[in-house]
Design a protein around this ligand. Structure first.
Ligand code: GLN
Length: 256
């Protein structure tokens, strides 16, 4: 009987010690070992683009993510795979999240969870610098370039019949611009800040025409129902970097 009690006491003590240890380990290292893979676009200045001098991807998205990760103390690695590939990587579980100038839409909310918006942008019509096209009415009988899986592509497809134009889909923004510059296509739809920044910084023979279409916030996203802690950290970090001025500094660095 006595040994039985002793054994029980010993077991209890061991159990308590173990649970204490387990708790302690959990509390002191909340995210150890976890390195989030974040997918992004690869040519979407000023949000993410290759800095040819440093051979690193830079931009508003890259800087915001870095500042938020520092603030929230999580480890991550960015894979700049292109917009369509980035969305696919998140859906297939190859990436934990995506930051890519991605517009928050109701349709995407069916398959993605979004953070709060961190930047507002809509699309705009982009034409060759010497083009007579002034608006949608002038697209009749022409072929318009779009970038796969984007809001610009959705919009073009939704009005193509009404305005009587064809649509050609390209893999990325630079290829789409070149198709317009070379005259393969009459125009393209691109996010307004990206079109303006690219035309100016790369001296492209293009111009924007008409009004900004469907202005909406960009959000950080994860696959629906997965990585909610990542969305929470992004939101918490965004509040902090807005409060401490870092967010404004980042935008100012890219001319906003
Ligand atoms: N904002 C646009 C969208 O979400 C384009 C994004 C992009 O090309 N990186 O569809």
């Amino acid at each position: 009987m006595k040994t039985c009690k002793r054994l029980a006491a010993l077991l209890l003590a061991l159990l308590m010690a173990f649970s204490l240890f387990a708790c302690g380990a959990k509390n002191s290292e909340p995210e150890t070992g976890k390195k989030y893979i974040i997918a992004s676009d690869n040519a979407f200045a000023p949000f993410e683009y290759l800095d040819t001098e440093t051979n690193a991807y830079v931009g508003i998205d890259m800087d915001i993510l870095k500042a938020i990760a520092e603030d929230q103390k999580f480890d991550y690695e960015v894979q700049n795979v292109g917009f369509d590939a980035a969305l696919n990587q998140v859906q297939s579980g190859q990436a934990d999240g995506v930051i890519a100038g991605m517009t928050i839409t109701d349709e995407r909310k069916l398959t993605f969870d979004f953070s709060e918006g961190y930047f507002d942008a809509g699309q705009i019509l982009v034409v060759p610098a010497n083009s007579d096209i002034k608006g949608l009415e002038d697209l009749k009988g022409t072929n318009v370039a779009v970038k796969i899986s984007t809001q610009g592509a959705d919009y073009a497809q939704s009005i193509a019949k009404e305005y009587g134009f064809e649509v050609t889909t390209y893999e990325d923004s630079p290829t789409m611009y070149q198709a317009v510059i070379q005259g393969t296509n009459s125009a393209c739809f691109e996010d307004d800040p990206v079109a303006r920044y690219s035309i100016q910084s790369q001296n492209l023979e293009l111009k924007v025409v008409g009004d900004v279409i469907n202005a909406k916030p960009y959000g950080f996203a994860a696959k629906k129902g997965e990585n909610s802690e990542l969305i929470d950290m992004f939101n918490a970090g965004l509040v902090n970097i807005k409060a401490n001025g870092v967010y404004d500094e980042i935008l100012a660095k890219y001319g906003y």
